[in-house]
Every structure is written in structure tokens, then in C-alpha cells.
Design a protein around this ligand. Structure first.
Ligand SMILES: CC(C)(COP(=O)(O)OP(=O)(O)OC[C@H]1O[C@@H](n2cnc3c(N)ncnc32)[C@H](O)[C@@H]1OP(=O)(O)O)[C@@H](O)C(=O)NCCC(=O)NCCS
Length: 110
């Protein structure tokens, strides 16, 4: 897919982004379960933003399930804020519906 870029680091973690016309989207970010809680997720998010900035992105946005407290906590602590909500966007394994939250952040202030 055009504009897609992968970020990897030293640990078992990665982020996948997409750059389109001054906007970057964080498509996914993940740390292997046994390596969580040690800062790798934050490192991946910052590395994704740096890559996006170098490609000319001014803003970053992403979607996250409203019950993903870990990811939401990471995004809020890195300066993202909620800019929208898609009602009942995801279906949980038990069939219940979960909203998707859209978060955005300005990543280039020049
Ligand atoms: C979200 C994810 C990438 C975070 O990676 P991580 O390496 O565990 O996160 P970090 O160690 O860098 O922690 C960064 C912040 O996340 C939050 N966080 C981490 N573990 C948490 C937990 N168990 N509960 C609540 N918040 C948590 C905290 O805000 C933390 O900052 P702090 O250490 O200053 O308190 C990881 O949990 C993951 O791979 N989850 C499954 C995939 C996923 O949900 N991806 C997001 C899809 S939108």
C-alpha cells in the first residue's frame, strides 16, 4: 500500500504507519506480551512520529478501541487528544460492540 512504513526497534515490538498528504496514521503498534510495560511501546510510538515527521507529516492520528486502557494511557501521555468517536465500531469476542476513539496530535510545529 502506498505510503506505508514500518518501524522496528531493539525489542520485540513494531509500529506500522501510513503517510498521506501531511497526515500520518498509526495503523498498528504492538509489543510482544512478555516485553510489555518496559517502555518499548512508547519508544515505538516516538519512532513512528519521527519517521512521519521526516516524511513531512504535520499531524498524526489513530483509532483505538474505547476499552484499550493501556494504549489510551500511552497516547494521552504522549500528547494525543480525542477528536472523534465511531460508535459500535469493533465487535468484542463476546459479540458486544465497542466504540472506536480517534486520537490526533500535531507532530510538527515548524
Ligand atoms: C499498547 C502497547 C503497545 C503498549 O506497549 P508497552 O511497551 O507495554 O508500553 P510502555 O511500557 O511503553 O508504557 C507506556 C505507557 O502505556 C501505559 N501502560 C503500559 N502498561 C499499562 C498497563 N498495564 N495498564 C495501564 N496503562 C499501561 C502507561 O501510560 C505507560 O506509561 P508509564 O510507564 O509512564 O506509566 C502494548 O500494550 C501492546 O502491544 N498492546 C496490544 C496491542 C495494542 O493494543 N495496540 C494498540 C492498538 S491501537
Amino acid at each position: 500500500m502506498r505510503g506505508v512504513f514500518l518501524v522496528t526497534g531493539d525489542g520485540p515490538s513494531f509500529a506500522l504507519g501510513r503517510y498521506v498528504a501531511e497526515e500520518a496514521e498509526l495503523l498498528t503498534i504492538a509489543v510482544s506480551p512478555e516485553a510489555r510495560g518496559r517502555g518499548l511501546g512508547r519508544d515505538m510510538l516516538q519512532a513512528y512520529e519521527e519517521d512521519a515527521r521526516q516524511q513531512g507529516a504535520l499531524t498524526s492520528f489513530l483509532e483505538v478501541a474505547a476499552d484499550n486502557v493501556t494504549a489510551i494511557s500511552l497516547y494521552l501521555s504522549e500528547g494525543y487528544s480525542e477528536s472523534g468517536r465511531r460508535k459500535a465500531y469493533y465487535t468484542a469476542p463476546d459479540g458486544s460492540k465497542i466504540d472506536a476513539l480517534i486520537f490526533e496530535k500535531r507532530i510538527n510545529h515548524s
